[in-house]
Structure formats: structure tokens, C-alpha cells
Write a protein that binds this ligand. Structure first.
Ligand code: BG6
Length: 296
């Protein structure tokens, strides 16, 4: 269902028979809502988010492509998150999502202007799907369509903003003891020590070569998000905490308490595609009551 969202921007609403839903803006190809069968919002979107080009929407799942963060010469997080995507009327088959009936296929191709800042032609196909159980599945297929015979290289992230009740009560399992690059310390490499990850100050880390499953436990909500990924070796973890929150115009001063970014990503080892080659990267999210997870 294609309809108008905030400021008249086009959005697609996906509904699954058990009552779960998701919303995807064509601006940015960005998921901005994912609700469970009780109608509870599972993603964070700032109350100050600006739904207006050229600013990227603060929250949901921005797509970072062809560059993650400041790891390159392009604008922060690349340009895909502030471009107008189209509905893909001629999608390639996405075999692994075939069970889902609630999905949308989007496509992004570079404009003439884009080719001036990144001289590579590509087709970026994004499928956003809700599984019959309400899991949110994002699959990206990026193809090098250049005629000039040149390969291109990119980094990538599904910049996922989870909605949490209280950041101080949240922990992440699946990243302990891993190496990470710390964006707050000149991207230097460290090794995580000790137990599950908890939060008491600003965090901006890129965990390297992580397991394919990461759990985000929200004790107060008694909810666990499970993030599964494929083709995306790294995982970014980000929370502004209070000081940085105050510096951001499109983010409320206290909103850091209610959000946590955990992002399936490919950052440390950029991906190279020769002409005609395709890369695929998937992120699947489920939200389960914590009691179901005990003993794991
Ligand atoms: C995170 C980065 O993924 O995104 C942070 O690791 C960055 O360094 C954050 O601050 C938000 O970026 P932006 O461009 O959306 O403000």
C-alpha cells in the first residue's frame, strides 16, 4: 500500500495477517516503523526527526551506502539515505523471502549528480519484508552495472535504531570478547573485555567479524530483539549519551535513554564488485518476550 507520509513523502505500509506492520519511506529507502501484533513500536524515530530532503531521517533503519560513517571521502554514511528510491517494478527473485507476502521491492540507481561524486553505476535493490511471524527482514542486492570495466568498492550498514525503555537497563549479548574499532578513540582497535555489553556513557564502536546472531535485551520491557545477519561481518553499536544528544538538532536531549543503534555492517573489509557482479547483505530482526529466551 503506497500512501503519503509526513510532509507528503511517499511511504509504503506493510501489514501482516497477525497484525504486525512496517513502514518504508521511498526517501532513503528507509524503514521508519516496525510494530508487533500489540501495535507497539519497536524502532526508535526521534520526535525531532526532519522528514525533508536533503536531511536523512533520524531513526528507523537508514541505509549507509556506499560509505559507512566517515570511512572514506564521501559525505557521512554515503548518499543512499538521502536519495529518493523507486518501487522496483521488475524485481529479481529473492528466494529466501518467498514465504512472506508482505513485502516491497525498492531500487536506487545513481543520478547524473551522484555519478559526479561517486563515478560508478550500480543498481541497489532492497527488499523489505515482514515474515508471517512479524520478523522484519531487509535484503540488499547491489550490482555493479558499469560499462567501463571498472570495479568499485563500498562499505555498508543497516543503521538500525531500536526503541528501548531505558538504555541503562539494556544489554547486548554476542559481542563480548570481540575486537572493535572505537570511533571515539581515532578508530583505534581494542578488544572487548568481560561480560555482556551494558551502557553507562557514549558508545560508538564497530565490532569486527561478529557472530551472525546478536541479542539486545531490554529488561524493563521484558523484550529481546534478535538481530541475524548474513554477508555483513561487522556490527556497529552507537548511543549518543547526554552530551552529544544536546549537540544534535534532530534529536531530543533525553531521547538517548530510549534508543540504541545496533547495525549489521561491512566496514573493516570493504566490498569490491567487478562489473556484472552482485553482492547480497541481509539483516533479520525479531522481537520476542524475554521469558522465551531464558536458558539461551
Ligand atoms: C553511527 C556512527 O553509526 O552513526 C556514529 O558510528 C555517528 O559515529 C552516528 O555519529 C550518526 O550519524 P549521523 O550522520 O546520522 O548523525
Amino acid at each position: 500500500e503506497l500512501c503519503k507520509g509526513i510532509n507528503g513523502l511517499d511511504k509504503v505500509v506493510l501489514r501482516e495477517s497477525r497484525g504486525t506492520s512496517a513502514e518504508v519511506y521511498l526517501y532513503g529507502g528507509q524503514v521508519t516503523s516496525w510494530k508487533n501484533d500489540h501495535g507497539e513500536e519497536l524502532l526508535f524515530v526521534s520526535s525531532k526527526a526532519i522528514f525533508k530532503p536533503p536531511k536523512a531521517i533520524r531513526g528507523g533503519i537508514p541505509i549507509c551506502f556506499p560509505q559507512f560513517g566517515s570511512h572514506g571521502s564521501l559525505e557521512q554514511h554515503g548518499f543512499a539515505r538521502n536519495r529518493q528510491w523507486s518501487i522496483d517494478t521488475d524485481p529479481l527473485p529473492f528466494p529466501t523471502n518467498s514465504l512472506s507476502k508482505a513485502y516491497v521491492d525498492l531500487i536506487l540507481r545513481p543520478s547524473e549528480e551522484d555519478l559526479k561524486i561517486w563515478a560508478h553505476s550500480f543498481e541497489f535493490r532492497l527488499r523489505v519484508a515482514l515474515s508471517p511471524g512479524g520478523d522484519l527482514m531487509l535484503t540488499s542486492r547491489i550490482r555493479n552495472t558499469s560499462a567501463d570495466g571498472k570495479p568499485f568498492t563500498f562499505t555498508f550498514a543497516y543503521h538500525t535504531y531500536f526503541s528501548v525503555s531505558d538504555i541503562s537497563e539494556v544489554r547486548i549479548e554476542g559481542l563480548e570478547t570481540l575486537d572493535y574499532l572505537d570511533n571515539l578513540q581515532n578508530k583505534e582497535r581494542f578488544t572487548e573485555q568481560g561480560d555482556a555489553i551494558t551502557f553507562e556513557s557514549e558508545v560508538d564502536k564497530i565490532y569486527l567479524s561478529t557472530p551472525t546472531k546478536i541479542a539486545i535485551m531490554d529488561h524493563e520491557k521484558k523484550r529481546t530483539f534478535v538481530l541475524r545477519k548474513d554477508g555483513l561481518p561487522d556490527a556497529v553499536v552507537w548511543n549518543t549519551w547526554d552530551k552529544k544528544a544536546k549537540q544534535m538538532a534532530d534529536f531530543g536531549d533525553d531521547e538517548y535513554k530510549h534508543m540504541l543503534c545496533v547495525e549489521a555492517a561491512a566496514v573493516e573489509k570493504p566490498i569490491t564488485l567487478k562489473p556484472g557482479e552482485e553482492w547480497k547483505g541481509r539483516q533479520e530482526l525479531s522481537a520476542v518476550p524475554s521469558s522465551y529466551c531464558s536458558g539461551q
